[in-house]
Design a protein around this ligand. Structure first.
Ligand SMILES: [Zn+2]
Length: 262
């Protein structure tokens, strides 16, 4: 795990992706203009923050990394398992499509997603120069969205899962993530007895390990090279937004990814 800093923006990059012709950044909440409780680099437009501040934050991110804001492709993240492939940016007049995974092999398209506890999963196919970002909360995880993304990359780009590189980004850790019994039941229905691997019980409460569950989903889809950041959003509020850690009153941090033009 590697933290970088540029123009006041602090961001995380996966070690496994270094040296590849792609750019990626998991932005922390530092370096933006939003006021508390959205301080400061909030990129969520539906959380109650000032829209002008959110726009400035987006522009600051794009300007800092040298990509046109108009190259952005983003979606309305709905906790499903639909993954879409794009070969062009979303124009400002186009409504956000609903999806929780986005893929491209087109240079000049910057994939963009927002997070606050849910798991960002970044995918790189170095052989076919294709990339993807997945948004996996507990629902996306038991609906196996990571597997959906791998399968779609196979269909769209000819990706071989065994050569794919995956990164499991900053998100809520098991100790911070108490869940209800309905979550345990959903996982048991989806994974059978194996679901017990993802839960610990403490004083009758369930705690879910999203990192382990998503790593298993990726491995079952044939992915072998998985790097887990191991950084908890709720444990590290100076760097990250945490829906759980801040009782719902918070912003969204950004994940940005693109293929370098050459
Ligand atoms: Zn934690």
């Amino acid at each position: 795990m590697v933290f970088q800093e540029k123009n006041g923006l602090r961001y995380f990059q996966f070690a496994n992706f270094q040296g590849l012709p792609i750019f990626h950044a998991v932005l922390t909440r530092r370096g933006g203009v939003s006021q508390p409780p959205f301080d400061t680099l909030n990129t969520g437009g539906t959380v109650g923050d000032d829209p002008q501040a959110v726009l400035e934050n987006h522009q600051h991110i794009y300007n800092t990394f040298g990509y046109p804001f108009a190259s952005r492709f983003d979606v309305w993240q709905v906790h499903g398992n639909y993954v879409m492939c794009t070969d062009k940016p979303r124009t400002i007049r186009t409504p956000h499509p609903k999806a929780d995974g986005i893929l491209t092999n087109t240079p000049g398209v910057t994939l963009f997603m927002r997070f606050a506890d849910c798991v960002p999963i970044l995918l790189v196919d170095p052989e076919h120069k294709a990339i993807g970002i997945v948004h996996a909360g507990w629902q996306g995880t038991y609906k196996r969205i990571a597997q959906q993304a791998v399968e779609k990359m196979t269909v769209c780009f000819g990706t071989k899962p065994e050569t794919l590189l995956a990164g499991i980004g900053p998100s809520i850790c098991q100790s911070c993530y108490q869940v209800g019994s309905e979550v345990f039941q959903a996982f048991t229905a989806a994974f059978g007895d194996a679901a017990q691997r993802y839960f610990m019980q403490n004083d009758g409460d369930w705690y879910l390990d999203l990192w382990k569950a998503n790593a298993d989903v990726l491995r079952q889809a044939g992915v072998r090279q998985i790097e887990t950041a191991g950084i908890c959003t709720a444990c590290n509020l100076a760097d990250w937004y945490s829906h759980r850690g801040e009782k719902g009153k918070t912003g969204r941090f950004a994940v940005l990814m693109c293929i370098e033009d050459n």
